[in-house]
Design a protein around this ligand. Structure first.
Ligand code: ATP
Ligand code: MG
Ligand code: MG
Length: 549
């Protein structure tokens, strides 16, 4: 790993450690289980887990499940799978809902200290009394209830005596505070709803601001890292911890990471799924971790990407092509090479004996010493080659096939195009070649040099496969910019299915989760839809950056 300078959170931690403030660094990753994790979350995961790996400490996984209506157990499981797959291990698996009783006690403590009250005004009235950033707000008529009355009303709220929205519990801070979030923020609201873990036990739920910092404190989190939109919440975070006299966790903010040509918002990604624009959360075009995994991205490529983009203090778009750079870098070193013809046309070697096959040898991985072994590749008189590797009237620098042109067949022989056959519609249906028996790869004594090498698959030995090629899911750089509905920017041609590609027979043994380079065509991985009867491959990425700006 190359040396890089410390990021601003590392600087803070090093300073804290130097001052002896903490013995252990404790962070948490706090997803709300209301969707699958995406590439933006990966950046937060790498940061939180990365810090406690680097400095002595640990990271908790905390499901931020204070909102009963949107959370589902399916999401909890997917989130755990994704974090494990990325290569991180959490210390404890925790749920904010496990703290509901403690949080209730904290609320009572605030009431007893005269720092919280039950309010009866409606949401509209509350908004009116809130004031504006330049004008102070006004006190609610219920602000000065006695401690006894507040305690009584709050316990009746808990007991389910009131319908949704009828009352709230608010912190009693300052209705003229310059920070609007400090103008008596709501701590609890009434919501008669089923919760995925606590069932119907509760009908009052803590607001984010009253749950998050308190949960951090309960877990003795030293550095609570969140995204920039929480900067104005920090004052309330500190106020609550101070007034409750609990462990002083500290909040630090970094910029959200968004990737160009996609959206990273669970709400938007959910719409893509429910409205059928993609097949599911793990559709290989999705920027979700499960989508990237299915597409063929490796954990290391995502970690390296997150490490490279680092953290920032200002929101910005990161280029998807940078993610592609890291997956190419990884797969170039690890992917085994195979041959597959995606748009086939038949090549017949007229001077090769019919009915004869021979086995050729091809190394698995030319990037490592020894090639990680090799595989046998059957060769015969009839081969499939790519249609685009033949031109009837080739231009000058076309180093592939055309009348009179010679080319090397990868791992095999040099062939020369002698003739070709067309159908009535004018499509080339066969290319006729002769081969040079002395030009066999590795044993070439022909003395002939050709510039081009093309891939091929033997017709009688080929297996068929469905191959799925992907393009960007959106046509514009920043589809989530809110100017128009992001769905208007969807690229309707983002999936191209090739139902009958011809692949080297050996690919029938392809392993799930492993990357293969289809020579000249890109990196591919086997899809979860694949069966022994119908192999299905996804293209992870092309060999070169086709989108280069
Ligand atoms: P979304 O808008 O997708 O719902 P969220 O922030 O509400 O995002 P959470 O489940 O609350 O999603 O996020 C868990 C953690 O991941 C939080 O600490 C959050 O700050 C962080 N996170 C979420 N999105 C990004 C992003 N794009 N870049 C960096 N960190 C992110
Ligand atoms: Mg959140
Ligand atoms: Mg959210």
């Amino acid at each position: 790993n190359e040396e890089r300078s410390l990021n601003f959170i590392e600087e803070i931690i090093e300073e804290d450690l130097k001052e002896g403030k903490y013995e252990k660094i404790v962070t948490r990753f706090p997803p709300e289980p209301n969707g699958y994790l995406h590439i933006g979350h990966a950046s937060s995961i790498c940061l939180n887990f990365g810090l406690t790996q680097k400095y002595n400490g640990y990271t908790n996984l905390r499901f931020d499940d204070t909102n009963p209506t949107t959370e589902e157990t399916e999401y909890v499981e997917s989130i755990k799978d994704d974090i494990r797959w990325l290569g991180f291990t959490w210390k404890e698996e925790l749920y904010t809902s496990d703290y509901f009783e403690t949080l209730y006690g904290y609320a009572v403590k605030l009431i007893e200290k005269g720092l919280a009250y039950v309010d009866d005004i409606s949401a509209e009235e509350m908004a009116e009394l809130k004031g504006t950033p330049t004008e102070p707000g006004k006190d609610s008529p219920f602000r000065n209830r006695s401690v006894e009355e507040n305690i009584d009303l709050f316990s009746r709220m808990r007991d389910g005596e009131f319908e949704d929205g009828r009352r709230t519990l608010r912190a009693k801070i300052d209705m003229a505070h310059i920070n609007m979030l400090m103008r008596d923020p709501i701590l609890y609201r009434i919501k008669h709803a089923h919760h995925h873990r606590t069932g119907n036990k509760w009908c009052i739920y803590p607001m984010y601001d009253f749950a998050h910092g308190q949960s951090d404190s309960i877990e003795n989190i030293t550095h609570s890292i969140c995204t920039l939109e929480f900067v104005p919440h920090r004052e309330l975070y500190d106020w609550l911890i101070e007034k409750l006299e609990i462990y002083p966790s500290k909040q630090y903010e970094f910029a959200r990471r968004n990737v160009d040509f996609t959206v990273t918002s669970k709400r938007k990604l959910l719409q893509l799924v429910t409205e059928g624009f993609v097949e599911g959360w793990d559709d290989p075009r999705m920027p979700t971790i499960s989508g990237l995994r299915r597409r063929g991205f490796t954990p290391a490529s995502i970690r390296n990407f997150c490490d490279r983009i680092g953290i920032a203090k200002r929101d910005n778009l990161v280029e998807y092509s940078l993610l592609e750079f890291f997956i190419r870098e990884d797969l170039n070193k690890s992917a085994w090479r195979r041959m597959a013809v995606l748009d086939p046309v038949k090549l017949v070697i007229t001077n090769y004996p019919g009915g004869q096959d021979e086995m050729l040898e091809g190394e698995n991985n030319p990037e490592v010493e020894g090639g990680e072994g090799s595989r046998q590749i059957p060769f015969s008189r009839e081969l499939w080659v790519e249609r685009e590797d033949f031109m009837e009237n080739p231009p000058k620098k076309f180093f592939r096939l055309g009348p009179g042109l010679s080319v090397r067949l990868k791992h095999a022989y040099i062939v020369k195009c002698e003739d070709f056959v067309k159908d009535e519609a004018g499509n080339v249906t066969e290319i006729h070649c002769t081969y040079i028996p002395e030009s066999k790869s590795g044993h070439d004594t022909s003395g002939i040099h050709v510039k081009g090498t093309i891939h091929w698959v033997s017709v009688p030995h080929a297996k068929t496969a469905e191959v799925r090629l992907y393009d960007r899911l959106f046509k514009v750089e920043d589809p989530g910019n809110e100017e128009r509905d992001f769905k208007e920017y969807i690229n309707t041609e983002s999936l191209q299915v090739i139902p009958n590609a011809f692949i080297e027979a050996d690919l029938a043994n392809a392993e799930h989760g492993k990357g293969y380079q289809f020579i000249r065509k890109g990196y591919f991985t086997i899809d979860k839809d694949s069966t022994s009867g119908m192999l299905v491959f996804n293209r992870t990425v092309t060999l070169k950056d086709a989108w280069a700006k």
